[in-house]
Design a protein around this ligand. Structure first.
Ligand SMILES: [Zn+2]
Length: 88
């Protein structure tokens, strides 16, 4: 494997770099793999969040349209009810 510190090729069994003595296996490898997995999870979560947001925005817009139309219908029918009362 290649040393992450000095980029020198080392044997796969080597725990430490033959050139600079940097630790080849263990913490750094686990940390990088954890970071990769975490970033992948974060990316997938972000994708899910954007999809949810997009769906929510669409539903919110439709909900707002329905609410506004209900209010308009309510005002309209109330006015008509008032005019019919005044006519009678
Ligand atoms: Zn090295």
């Amino acid at each position: 494997m290649i040393c992450p510190s000095c980029r020198k090729e080392n044997n796969e069994e080597n725990l430490f770099c033959a050139n600079c003595g940097n630790k080849l296996k263990g913490d750094t490898e686990t940390q990088t793999s954890i970071i990769t997995v975490t970033s992948e999870i974060v990316n997938s979560q972000n994708q899910i969040f954007t999809k949810i947001k997009q769906a929510f925005n669409k539903k919110y817009i439709w909900g707002a349209i329905i609410a506004i139309s209900l209010i308009v219908i309510g005002i309209f029918s109330f006015k008509q009810y008032n005019t019919t009362l005044q006519e009678n």
